[in-house]
Structures are given as structure tokens and as C-alpha cells.
Write a protein that binds this ligand. Structure first.
Ligand code: ATP
Ligand code: MG
Length: 350
């Protein structure tokens, strides 16, 4: 059934792991101030997943996963598992318009494939209902034209020009970043099994990066929902993920809430510990594992209270004393064949 635990670091010189079997879900969320060690720990976790035969997709917005940026201790080993996807030059290879096969062996109807792709495109580019209806007709025609299989999503431009109206012009503008860079191209899936698949997005402007990331997450969600990853699982890593949350229907929210069912799991890192009033916060704080690195000084009390409201002063002291590579883990842990469920200070200083 795959990996049973993920190596986190040491507690009192004992190797300590995230207990995947005991956890309510496998999502991992990492908080901490700048420079506290979040990205390095994410690399440690991702490497451990790859070592155990798991598959990872890294949504690399700020080039944090380029070879030069990887922490020197992990670089050599991590490089063995890297599959870098230069989206700017090569696009993302996937069979976007191929009807998916369900677990029982039956195949999706083409109209549902079109509907799913329309949902993905419309959601990522925030289209209204009316445009979505028009897009649906265009996508159906496009699917039957077979253009995607020879040229990719860029060929949608012909289709949009062919029936030019105010609506199609509006849609063309919305989809322009995808069309102009021919983001999706025909071919086998860009995800290689057992690899750390780094989707490099840094050459795009920020808003295009966000659209592509949302499209990819929606696409992964679609694949997951037909059990594509059920057996071996898939971990998706996003650093500074707060930019990827765009409303309650965004793909990240959906995956955090329901990814467990399909073994689609997130590893997320951010400096921003959410205030309890933030609507999104609740879902994210249900992650199977929460790693708390040293917070900014103005967040220490909020984080301490989250760990244990009754002992918040003690935790605040511990949090303030954390060094780079030290953190508090909240979730199901295991060391020495012993299961542990209380918050625990772990050190992974290299
Ligand atoms: N476990 C560790 N052992 C030794 N040094 C570490 C460890 N973790 C981090 N460092 C050092 O601290 C630096 C910053 O760590 P890292 O990039 O992980 O911080 P971060 O929390 O991701 O910061 P930011 O929010 O700015 O991205 C690293 O480049 C490395 O030199
Ligand atoms: Mg970082």
C-alpha cells in the first residue's frame, strides 16, 4: 500500500516520522517566519517520499526547486529523482481531451470530457456563467476537430476566431495566456511515476502562473477523482501557497477537503499563520500534519495558543527559542515503534 511513514527529524536522538497509517489525512502544512527552515524541510519530506517510490508534483512558482536552490545536503540525492518541466518552453504534456477511464473499466462520454475541461478553464480564469456556456460550445467543436491532438491548446485560437462574437473575444482574452504559450500540449502525462516532477513556472508573470497552477491543480483533481492515484498516491507541493487560494471553490480548497478519498495529498508552506477568523483557515488546519517553525515575533502567541491554549505560555517560550531546522509537529507521529499524538519538538538541523 506504499509508504507508511515520512521521516521528519529527531526527537531526543530518536528518528521521528509522520505516521501516514494513523493520520486522518496525509496533507502536510508548514508554517514559519522567513528563513526558519520551511523550504529545506519540505525538501527533506519530498526526498523521503521519492526514496520510498512515491510520486511528487512541485508547483514551482519562484524557482525554489531549481537545482541551485536545493539545500546542499539534499541536492545530490534529490537530483536523481528530478523531472523538470519547463512549461514556458515546452508546455505541459497531457491528454486533456481524452475521455477518462473509470475504475470499473467504462469510458467517460465525450460530452462529459468537454464539460470537465470547460469547468477547469472557466474556474481557473474566473469566467461568468454566460461565457462558460459559450466556451462549452467552442470546446465541444474543438474536441471533435482533433486539433488538440496535433497542435495543443493554442489551436483553440482558430476555433475562437472562426465564430467571432463579443463573447468569443472576451473568452479569447481570458484564455490568452494559455493559448499564446500553448500551455497544454498533446502527449503522455507530464507526471513521471516515482519522480519529483517540478513544474517550472517562474518565467511567466504572476497572474499567468496562478492561472496555470489552478488549471494544473484542477486537472490533477479530475485525474484523482477517477482513482488515478488511489493505489500509489500523489503528493503536490506548493511553497508560498497563499497566492493559490482564490475563493472557496478553488482547487486547493477542494483537494484539502476531499483529496484523502483519492490519495491526492498536499504539502504546503507559508509564512502566514492564519487567524482563526479566516474562512479558509479551518480546512487547512485540519491537515494530518502541521509543522510549526519559528514564527514571526508577532505571531508567537497565536501559534502557541493553537498548539495548546492551556499551556500557551510554555509553548510561546519554546517557539521563540526554535533554531533553523527545528519545529513543533502537530499530528500523528511515530518513533521507535511507539505512536505519539501530542505536539512534539523535532530537530532536523543538518
Ligand atoms: N534543517 C536545517 N539545517 C541546517 N540549516 C538549515 C536548515 N533549514 C534551513 N537551514 C538554513 O536556513 C536557510 C533558510 O531556510 P529555508 O529556505 O528553508 O527558509 P524558509 O522558511 O523557507 O524561508 P522563506 O519563507 O524565506 O522561504 C537555508 O538556506 C539554510 O542555509
Ligand atoms: Mg522558503
Amino acid at each position: 500500500m506504499g509508504q507508511k511513514k515520512i521521516y521528519l527529524g529527531q526527537n531526543n536522538n530518536l528518528d521521528t516520522y509522520f505516521d501516514l497509517e494513523a493520520a486522518s489525512n496525509k496533507h502536510i502544512i508548514i508554517f514559519g517566519a522567513t528563513g526558519s527552515g520551511k523550504s529545506v524541510q519540505a525538501q527533506n519530506i519530498i526526498l523521503d517520499i521519492a526514496r520510498n517510490g512515491g510520486t511528487v508534483v512541485v508547483l514551482d512558482i519562484h524557482s525554489v526547486f531549481s537545482k541551485e536552490q536545493i539545500f546542499h545536503v539534499y541536492r545530490k540525492e534529490l537530483e536523481m529523482y528530478l523531472n523538470e518541466i519547463d512549461v514556458y518552453n515546452d508546455g505541459i504534456s497531457c491528454n486533456l481531451f481524452t475521455p477518462i477511464k473509470f475504475a470499473d473499466g467504462t469510458v467517460e462520454k465525450p460530452c462529459d470530457t468537454a464539460g470537465a475541461v470547460v469547468d477547469i478553464l472557466a474556474r481557473a480564469t474566473k469566467m461568468g456563467m454566460k461565457q462558460k456556456g459559450v466556451l462549452r460550445e467552442i470546446i465541444e467543436d474543438f474536441m471533435y476537430s482533433g486539433f488538440y491532438e496535433t497542435r495543443g491548446i493554442g489551436a483553440l485560437d482558430f476555433q475562437l476566431n472562426f465564430n467571432k462574437t463579443n463573447e468569443t473575444e472576451y473568452i479569447r482574452n481570458k484564455l490568452y495566456p494559455l493559448i499564446s504559450h500553448n500551455i497544454f500540449r498533446p502527449g503522455n502525462s507530464f507526471i513521471k511515476k516515482g519522480k519529483i516532477n517540478v513544474v517550472c513556472l517562474e518565467k511567466f508573470d504572476l497572474s499567468t502562473q496562478e492561472i496555470i497552477a489552478e488549471l494544473l491543480l484542477s486537472y490533477l483533481w479530475r485525474m484523482a477523482s477517477v482513482s488515478s492515484f488511489k493505489e500509489n498516491g500523489l503528493f503536490v507541493f506548493a511553497d508560498e501557497f497563499q497566492n493559490l487560494i482564490s475563493g472557496k471553490n478553488c482547487a486547493l480548497n477542494q483537494i484539502i477537503a476531499e483529496g484523502r478519498k483519492f490519495n491526492l495529498n498536499l504539502i504546503l508552506a507559508t509564512q502566514q499563520f492564519p487567524s482563526s477568523t479566516q474562512r479558509m483557515a479551518q480546512n487547512f488546519m485540519q491537515s494530518g500534519l502541521i509543522l510549526l517553525f519559528k514564527p514571526c515575533s508577532d505571531q508567537i502567541n497565536i501559534v502557541a495558543k493553537f498548539i495548546d491554549p492551556d499551556k500557551k505560555n510554555e509553548w510561546a517560550k519554546i517557539l521563540a527559542s526554535l533554531r533553523k531546522g527545528e519545529f513543533i509537529a502537530v499530528g500523528k507521529l511515530t518513533f521507535n515503534n511507539y505512536k505519539y499524538t501530542n505536539p512534539l519538538k523535532i530537530s532536523n538541523i543538518m
